[in-house]
Design a protein around this ligand. Sequence first.
Ligand code: AKG
Ligand code: FE2
Length: 275
Amino acid sequence: MSKILQNIEANAFLTAEEITLSKQFIEQGYCIIPVEDLAGLDKIRAEIVAHCVDLLKCAPPDDAGAFLNSIAERVGVAELNDFRLSVFEGVNRQPWLRPTYFELARTALQCLIGNELAMQRRVNLSIQLPGDDSSLLPIHCDVWDGDSPFEMVLWLPLVDCFKTKSMFLAPPEVNAEVQARLKEFRGRSTDDLFEEVEPHLIWIDIPYGNALLFNQNVMHGNRINVESETRWTMNCRFKGAFTPYAEKRLGEFFEPITLRAASRIGLSYELPDGF
Ligand SMILES: O=C(O)CCC(=O)C(=O)O
Ligand SMILES: [Fe+2]
């Protein structure tokens, strides 16, 4: 059994639900949960659709999901990144976006991380048109690239995501085995690394209405979307407010969102001097 799981079953301070979810997250490297606030999810998606309608000067659709799935009929690869950035800026201008995003998975985040959290200041938006190779994230771990190992990602599908219209993760035991001999891959391409783990990868099958929490310390990424619909997803990092930071700093990249009374008091306390 991995050291990370040691004694977790016997922990008398966690509830049975907390133990189950924690074990699942540690063993699989991810959990999929139904969002806790479906109206909040619909509001986020409607806001995104409204920005698209504005940019494209088209009629508001009856079916938000069908509209997003078929966006390739209206947006080409050449204009995709500018379009994505405009929608990203638009939705991130809404002061309710981050609290609403957090509410989608409040219980799971508090179970898996803690109740004093820091949240990324901007919620990322990713759009993968069918056949587009210009906006891919080849296999990686965020922690290899300046993220703290204490972070996790809340990844949110705005349309049903499956097969290559989704993302992949390496199972933690495969990740550990390959990572132990990662130097074999020095100077080789990320495709070599991908090919090594490909047979073991888990492709996340997740319908709209659910959220994915994943461990960014295990290898993950995406490939060309060869399904017929466009992938729309958001992602945002969370960590314990007082856990170590790496290159993504508190105040710049992260912001504390749920500091409690004792921490507020402690952070502003000054010992009297000369006493
Ligand atoms: O959305 C994806 O396909 C990958 C996302 C990712 O790498 C991340 O959020 O860290
Ligand atoms: Fe990543």
